[in-house]
Every structure is written in C-alpha cells, then in structure tokens.
Design a protein around this ligand. Structure first.
Ligand code: LMR
Length: 396
C-alpha cells in the first residue's frame, strides 16, 4: 500500500536546526529558525515564566480537559493584550478568543474556518511570506494568491501592495503581518496601515492578521497598531496570535485565534463554528502554555517582570541590527545592508542571494534560510566581526 509514496525534502526552516547541530565548525553561527537568543547564544526560559510555572505546579489540582476554546482565563488575558485594555471591540463583545496549539494552530483553525464557512473565497499572502502560510492555506483547500511586498531593490513595495489589494475580488481574505514581517522585517507605518484599512473597507475584504511577534518590533502596544485599527474600523477581522516568541514558550504551543465579528450575536455564531473546527483538529488545546501566560498576565508583579524581559530582548535585537551595519563599514558594505538596521523583529531579508547563502553555510558554517532571511537574534557581539568578514568574502 505504501510502495508509491515518495520521500520529500523536509521543511526548509526546521531542517536548518538539524543541519546546524551536525556542523562541527567551532565558529558556526545559527541565523536560521526564528527563536530568540541571548548573548551566549541560548534561548533561556524567561524569569516570569519560571515563576509562573512554580506557582502552577504548586496550585494545580487537575489535568482534565479545558474545552475546545481553551481556558477562559487565557482568552481573557490575551484579548486585551492584543486588542488593547480599553478596546471598544471588547466593550461591545465583538471578539472571541480560542486558545490554540501555537500561532500555527491558530492559522490552521482560521484556514479551516475560511474553507468551511466561506467556500470559494481566495486567500492573498504577501510575496514573500512565511513559507508555511502556503502549506497551511492550500492544504485546507483554499486557493492562494500573492500580492507584492518587496521590490527588486529589497525595499517595502507599498505602492505595489496597495495597487494589488485594490484588485482583489470582494470577500476574499488578505493575510497581513501585524508587525515584524516574516521573512522581510519590513513593517507598515501607522499611515500605511490607515491606507490599507481604507482599501479593505472599500473592497469588502476580510483581513487575517498574523500576529506572531507582538513586542519584538517597537513595543507591545505599538506593534498592535494595525490589528487594533482594523478591529475598530472593520466589521470582521481574523487574528492569529502567538505567545511562542514573546513569552519564549515555543515548545508549549500556545497561541490564540481571535475572531472579531460585527456584533455580539454574530460573534457567538462564529465562535460556535470555531469550536467545531478545533474539535475536529485536536479536540482541546494543550493547557500548560496558556496557564503560564494567564498566570503572568493576571498578576501585576509577574507582568512587570515579563514586560521588562521582553523590552530587554527587543532592545538587544535592535542594537545588534545597528551594530551589524557598523561591522560592515570597513568592507564598504554598510550602505548595501543598511536595510538591516531599518527592519524590525527577529528577521531580516538581507538581500543575500541563495548562492551567497549556500557559500556562507559551506565555507563559514553560517546558517540562514536560502531566501536570504537571517534571524537577527542569532547575531552577537562576538560573532559580528566573523559574520561581517564572511559576508564581505561572498560579496567579492
Ligand atoms: C520561523 O519562521 O523561523 C518561525 O516562525 C518558526 C517556524 O515554525 O518556522
């Protein structure tokens, strides 16, 4: 029965983890998968998370199912984090939260919801986007299309994006990255978000906002500007939020599908359908990560520690971005890679070609995605001189 099954290459991003581990080069540098790294190259458990886990372990009384929407306390904590504490959307009971296995799980729920409740509607992703968007939406049976996002000179192509959005058929879904665009690191300004909202309104398009990096761009509230604007101005919005990165709980698979509807009545209708989608996928989400997040967000002291730690991570990344460009100055390459200091979040679309990326890996043990996407959190003040020299060599 299995004779006809062909072996396929593994996931290009996750495959880098294994390849990096096997590399024996003592100077190797991992700029692959999107996880935060400290100055020692570690991905530590955040202090607020450790403390929350200690409390949970002490107070936990059951491991029974938490329901298809997850723990209510988790949803109550995440909704104001994403939409704002005094959001009119929350006041009007227009938003529903469903805990999911990571941001990826939330995307899968969104995809299945669109496929079952909006049959025939297409979905539009930025070109480029996180490669897994393609797999998630097409495997749900949705027709995928692209809108331009980056121009030939590796800059945000906002004019091209807007022109393409204006031609999308009414009722289709448009995937937007709330902040820290993956893979490019090019984010929309507040003014650009306002223009996007107007087009979506005019064209009657449904935004699906992937919000995987809240707090890694400019700040928790600043990064939510687009999401909040869309939710307040439009009747319907889908948001997929992740706690993997900003709480550093990658392996606990903690995310949330937020559905914003026109009114409380329609929100309940939509919510009932999302419960079915979750039930058919995995029944109930895993509980632990959501419990950590709600323990932190419901406690003023832990929240303050968490916010401080998140600020440290963001500041470190933004400093490294600037220092990377500085390190390239002696090679006359600072202008060529100046975009790295302007981009935001964990990723930079460096402009390095696939051939240069291959050489960096083979000759220097420097690992990044072949598109030229580098995880900036993998930079450190120790490896910047080595990185700069290697980049200069592949530019000769
Ligand atoms: C990434 O893009 O590196 C992260 O979002 C991790 C992943 O699952 O791909």
């Amino acid at each position: 029965m299995f004779e006809h099954i062909e072996r396929v290459p593994g996931d290009a991003i996750l495959g880098l983890i294994e390849a990096f581990k096997k590399d024996t080069n003592p100077q190797k540098v991992d700029l692959g998968v999107g996880v935060y790294r400290d100055s020692q190259g570690n991905t530590p458990v955040m202090r607020a998370v450790k403390e929350a886990e200690a409390r949970l372990l002490k107070n936990e009384t059951t491991k029974t199912y938490i329901g298809s929407h997850g723990a209510p306390a988790y949803g109550e904590a995440v909704l104001p984090l994403v939409l704002g504490a005094s959001s009119p959307v929350l006041e009007a009971n227009r938003a529903s939260a469903t805990q999911s296995p990571g941001g990826t799980g939330a995307l899968r729920l969104a995809a299945d919801f669109v496929a079952s409740q909006m049959p025939g509607k297409g979905i539009w992703v930025s070109d480029p986007t996180w490669p897994n968007h393609h797999g998630i939406f097409t495997s749900a049976g949705i027709k995928l299309h692209k809108y331009p996002y980056v121009d030939a000179d590796n800059r945000l192509d906002f004019a091209g994006m807007l022109a393409a959005l204006k031609k999308i058929p009414e009722g289709d879904v448009v995937v937007l990255h709330a902040c820290c665009h993956n893979p490019t690191g090019f984010d929309l300004s507040n003014e650009q978000w306002q223009e996007v909202v107007e087009v979506l309104q005019d064209r009657k398009l449904l935004p699906l906002v992937d919000f995987a990096y809240q707090g890694f761009g400019e700040g928790l509230d600043e990064d939510a500007y687009g999401v909040r604007l869309l939710s307040e101005k439009l009747d319907e919005v889908i948001i997929t939020s992740s706690c993997s990165k900003n709480f550093g709980i990658y392996c606990e698979r903690t995310g949330c599908l937020i559905m914003v509807a026109r009114n409380a009545e329609q929100m309940e209708n939509v919510r009932s359908q999302v419960a079915i989608v979750a039930r058919e996928n995995y029944s109930n989400p895993p509980a632990h990560g959501g419990a950590i997040v709600s323990e932190i967000l419901h406690d003023a002291e832990l929240s303050a520690i968490w916010r401080e730690e998140l600020t440290e991570m963001r500041d470190r990344i933004n400093t490294l971005r600037r220092d990377f460009v500085e390190a390239l100055k002696p090679y006359g390459l600072d202008q060529k890679y100046a975009c790295v200091a302007e981009q935001r979040g964990m990723f930079s679309y460096t402009g390095l070609t696939p051939e240069q990326v291959d050489r960096l890996r083979a000759e220097f043990g420097i690992y990044m995605v072949r598109s030229g996407r580098a995880n900036v959190a993998g930079f450190s003040h120790e490896n910047l001189p080595y990185l700069a020299k290697a980049i200069a060599m592949v530019n000769e």
